[in-house]
Structure formats: structure tokens, C-alpha cells
Design a protein around this ligand. Structure first.
Ligand code: HEC
Length: 320
């Protein structure tokens, strides 16, 4: 048995390696050159496509748009949570300013509970709103005080009424606006504070206003925020930028209400994952430790003896 194993090994060591190495070298060379050809080719094609796309996109001097600056928000970082005082002030801004024109149809009064109001406060808040319900036994619709399960009331009954009241422009629903606009809360903040006189040569139609952050510059919404336009219930000075910051935080929260929870669960997942990963690495090392530290060695004298036996064997059978 051992002779047999020795023969095989000796034969392998004697005859095969040279051929094997040559083959390996050969295929390695051809693969490398093929790879280089692929990389150069892909770069050339990719570069061509990008250049063609850049050339095909028109750059129009008459269509300027300012990109909002990237700002650091109290909820921006990986471990940062929402500033709830700011959400609360933002809700006040929405209710007293934006709600005159913008609906928030995915927001219910119950969503405010535990975030900016206690349940009692939220109930009282809902009751201030008059909600259409019905029909009653006479078949008529009627108004009743709102409940926690009600949506925020819409300022307009339908799109036509909304457009009619705003020179044809439709105030979009604000529930998900932060997710729906490039730049998110940075854009909302910049938009609300970015009104200016139209630059020379820009013609505005009736009911339009100039805002460099809005696509095209001419927006159908008049500047909504001014210093002291409302009074905050917590006494914070209501400057224009403060109002804009708070409503942006509120709208961000409205679009991603689970963000705090997601960050917490994500962090927990990473911590548990790291603990499990280190356990797996440890167990893996332990399981393989015997195999990985074992050494296979050929002892020269024995090896020579086997080679001799092998050659002799060949001769015995009339082989070279
Ligand atoms: C007088 C009515 C009115 C008020 C008040 C108002 N808006 Fe608007 N808003 C509009 C109209 C109309 C449009 C659509 C403009 C357009 O498409 O040209 C609009 C558009 C927007 C847009 C979308 C811009 C875009 O990129 O398409 C945002 C965001 C917005 N308003 C936020 C607010 C916020 C926040 C408030 C409160 C601080 C507010 N608006 C108050 C009428 C109003």
C-alpha cells in the first residue's frame, strides 16, 4: 500500500510538474493580455457612451437652476434622531401657513401621538378640525369635530378648485414631498428661503414668482414664510430661516416616520451581526486548526528508496 502511494507520488513529482508549470504560464499570459484588452475596450466604449450622453444633453442658458446646498440637519447622522421640538414647531408652521393651500393626505392625527403630542393633546387638536362625514339618516353629509383616526383636512375639495385658486398651478400634497424632490429637506429649506426678484430678461406670467431653486425659476407659489409670520407656542423667535428649518424637519419626518426606529434596529443588527461574525470566525478557526497546522513532509531517504523501487519495477516489466 505504502509502496503504491510512494510510486504514484514519485511519478507525479518526476514527470508532471514541468508540463504543468508550462501550461499554467502559457494560460496565465494569454489570460492577462485578454483581460487587458477587455479593460481597454470597455473603458473606450464606456468613455464614448458618457461623452455621447454629455453631448446629447442640452445646456440651456435660459434654464438656470440652483442646486440646494447640503446642510447638516439634527437628524442627518447615522446615530442622530429627529429633533421633536422642531417637528412640533414645523407642525405649527404647516397648520398655520402651508395648510391653507397644501394637503397632507397620508397624515392622520393619530400619527402625532407620542411624537409631538400626548394622546389627550392630539385628540383636542383633531377636534379643532371640522371633518365632513355622512351621509346621515336623511342622506345628508354633515360636519363633525375630527377624531384621532381622521386625516389632516384638505384645503380644496378637488384638483380643479385647487388650480382655480392658484392661477392654474396645483399645490402638491406635502406628505411625501421630501422623498419626491431631489435634495429632500435641503431643497425644501432652500426653496422656502430662496425667493428673489427675477433677473433681467426673465419674463414671469401673472401669479408667478421667481425662485432660482425651482426648476425653470418661475414658481406658482408666492413666498410663504416671512419673519414673525406666526408665533411659536414654545417662544422660539420665528425668523424666516427658523420657520423654514422647522417645516423642513416636519416634512422630512412626515415622509419617513420610522427613521429613528430604523436607525435603532440597524444599529442593533450591526452589533449582533458583529458578535455573531466574531463567533463564526472563532469557531471556523477552531474547527480547521488541526488540518491547518498539520504538515505533510517527504523524508528524502525513504523517497529515494521508493524512486529506486519504482524504476526497478519498470525494468522488471520490460519498460523504460
Ligand atoms: C397660497 C398658497 C400656498 C401656500 C400658503 C403654500 N404653498 Fe406651496 N405651493 C403652492 C402652489 C400653487 C404650488 C405649485 C407651484 C408650481 O407648480 O408652480 C406650490 C408648491 C410647493 C412645493 C413644490 C415645489 C416643487 O418643487 O414642485 C413645495 C415643496 C411647497 N409648495 C411647500 C410649501 C410649504 C412648506 C408651505 C408652507 C410654509 C407652502 N408651500 C405654502 C401654493 C402654496
Amino acid at each position: 500500500m505504502s509502496t503504491f502511494a510512494g510510486r504514484t507520488t514519485a511519478a507525479l513529482l518526476r514527470a508532471k510538474p514541468a508540463v504543468f508549470t508550462q501550461q499554467a504560464n502559457f494560460s496565465l499570459k494569454s489570460k492577462t493580455s485578454k483581460n487587458i484588452a477587455w479593460v481597454v475596450g470597455s473603458l473606450a466604449v464606456g468613455g464614448g457612451v458618457v461623452t455621447a450622453a454629455a453631448l446629447a444633453t442640452p445646456v440651456l442658458a435660459g434654464d438656470p437652476i440652483l442646486h440646494p446646498a447640503k446642510m447638516h440637519w439634527s437628524h442627518s447622522g447615522w446615530l442622530d434622531t429627529y429633533d421633536h421640538a422642531s417637528i412640533r414647531r414645523g407642525y405649527e408652521v404647516y397648520k398655520q401657513v402651508c395648510a391653507a393651500c397644501h394637503s397632507m393626505e397620508y397624515m392622520h392625527y393619530r400619527n402625532l401621538v407620542g411624537v409631538i403630542f400626548t394622546e389627550e393633546e392630539a385628540k383636542a387638536e383633531a377636534e379643532e378640525a371640522q371633518v365632513e362625514d355622512g351621509p346621515n339618516d336623511d342622506g345628508d353629509m354633515f360636519l363633525r369635530p375630527g377624531k384621532l383616526s381622521d386625516k389632516f383636512p384638505s384645503p380644496y375639495k378637488n384638483e380643479q378648485l385647487a388650480r382655480n385658486a392658484n392661477n392654474g398651478a396645483l399645490p402638491p400634497d406635502l406628505s411625501l414631498i421630501c422623498l419626491a424632490r431631489h435634495g429632500g429637506e435641503d431643497y425644501i429649506f432652500s426653496l422656502l428661503t430662496g425667493y428673489s426678484d427675477a433677473p433681467a430678461g426673465v419674463q414671469l406670467m401673472e401669479g408667478q414668482h421667481y425662485n432660482a431653486y425651482f426648476q425653470g425659476g418661475a414658481i406658482g407659489m408666492a413666498q410663504a414664510l416671512y419673519n414673525e409670520i406666526i408665533e411659536y407656542s414654545d417662544g422660539t423667535p420665528a425668523t424666516q430661516s427658523q420657520l423654514a428649518k422647522d417645516i423642513s424637519t416636519f416634512l422630512k419626518w412626515a415622509g419617513e416616520r420610522d427613521q429613528d426606529k430604523n436607525k435603532l434596529y440597524g444599529l442593533r443588527g450591526i452589533i449582533v451581526g458583529l458578535i455573531m461574525l466574531s463567533a463564526v470566525l472563532f469557531l471556523n478557526r477552531q474547527a480547521w486548526s488541526t488540518q491547518k497546522t498539520a504538515q505533510l513532509a517527504f523524508r528524502p531517504p525513504v523517497y529515494k528508496k521508493y524512486v529506486k523501487t519504482f524504476r526497478k519495477g519498470h525494468k522488471d516489466y520490460g519498460m523504460k
